[in-house]
Design a protein around this ligand. Structure first.
Ligand code: ITT
Length: 197
């Protein structure tokens, strides 16, 4: 049997660590939270892909241990808002509740509500060399109000196309099967199993 693969995840968002491990652990891949107080990436990229690279390379730089590093840069893009909050999703307002309030306010009065979540993943070695990247997208609409308590971030107001529920009404496994992160990570896992074993 192949050895388990350990990858350090460059993130300060515990929800990402949880979701990613739920998907990856059955494949004998474990993502470890980065143990460094010096992880402070300058997310000044103009795309999700650029910011994922910046975070993965920063994790490799500050970690001091580990062979492989990965980062996830993700966010919600709303068509009526010309793609906002986009790469600024985590900083759209002070708290998750305020971010949702601001989003609903900006879409009030029957605005066009189509949107999509994006997730860019970047995997590097311990020198910060990029080994592989992946991207996942899921389409939906912004609901009129919050529904559901699972997941995190904008999940309670993201109605998944073809499902008729918000992301926060789905179980963990249901979300992971269709989410932007789930799609990007499944392809990343396929690459890892072929190339890092
Ligand atoms: P790190 O940069 O430390 O990884 P972060 O939360 O700041 O953590 P991002 O810059 O990638 O990460 O911003 C992602 C934001 O996009 C996240 O905080 C949510 O507001 C939103 N988001 C991303 N994926 C989501 C998901 O699956 N469900 C709901 N909201 C999501």
């Amino acid at each position: 049997m192949a050895d388990k693969i350990y990858i350090t995840l460059g993130t300060s968002n515990p929800h990402k660590v949880f979701e990613i491990n739920k998907i990856a652990n059955p494949f004998d891949i474990e993502f470890l939270p980065l143990k460094s107080d010096n992880f402070d990436p300058d997310e000044n990229g103009e795309t999700f892909e650029e910011n994922a690279k910046i975070k993965a390379m920063e994790a490799a730089k500050v970690s001091g241990e580990g062979k492989y590093f990965m980062a996830d840069d993700s966010g919600l893009c709303v068509d009526y808002l010309n793609g906002a909050p986009g790469i600024h999703s985590a900083r759209y307002a002070e708290t998750p509740d305020k971010r949702i309030e601001k989003l609903l306010f900006n879409l009030k009065d029957d605005k066009k509500r189509s949107a999509h979540f994006v997730c860019a993943l970047c995997l590097t070695d311990d020198k910060g060399n990029i080994l592989h990247t992946e991207k996942g997208i899921v389409s939906g609409k912004i609901a009129l109000s919050k529904k559901g308590t699972n997941g995190f971030g904008y999940d309670p107001v993201f109605l998944v196309d073809g499902v008729g529920k918000t992301m926060a009404e789905l179980s963990e496994d249901e979300k992971n099967t269709l989410s932007h992160r789930g799609q990007a990570l499944s392809n990343m896992i396929k690459w890892i199993k072929i190339n890092l074993n």
